[in-house]
Design a protein around this ligand. Sequence first.
Ligand SMILES: [Zn+2]
Ligand SMILES: [Zn+2]
Length: 225
Amino acid sequence: MDLLACVLELLAPTRCAGCDLPGAILCDACRDVLPRIERAGACPRCGAPYGHLVCTECWQSEPAFSATVCVGSLVPPLARCVTLYKDSGERRLGPVLGALLAGTAAEWAGWPDAVVPVPASAASLRRRGFDHTRLVAEEVARAFGVPVLDALAVSGARDQRLLGRAERARNVADVFALVSGVRAPAHVLLVDDVVTTGATVDSAAGTLLAAGADEVRVGAVARAW
Ligand SMILES: [Zn+2]
Ligand SMILES: [Zn+2]
């Protein structure tokens, strides 16, 4: 730790993102009680924890991605971590959440050719001042020894947070464009922060398949409903 970090630590000690106790950015006790989604108990396609079979929605909608892994459900203490990270700018959580995701997706090691983050809209970049999903993707890529590929760009989506569920699904249709000059590799691990309806990652995966990817799998920090 450098001098500046030591001084900052003295002035404002690191507190756990889960329980607020001073010490680590995510304490061992909170790591132990993360609301994990066991893969054996979740839809292998979209990660919804409704049993180990492909869920009804995936049967009906045939998402563009083939599989999903999420660290856990968007409830405390994971939800608190995500909020502190995204909305309070606690950037130190990026590598922590990325490492948790890489660990959860460990059985995919050796599979992806690249990790592609779901890109932030210009509005959310302005609001947050950093690309939170890319920081998570960087850690996942590091763990898997593959590059981060900024393959996707956002084209004119409205802020998802202001929309209802049905509107969200409509809003993300065809919302991603391929960055010019990029060719998607065969095996893409698409990383997002929170998967809710799956419409965002479905749209992003569809763009990647159209750009030459053979298969797109999804890794997300949290699953919400
Ligand atoms: Zn804690
Ligand atoms: Zn499903």
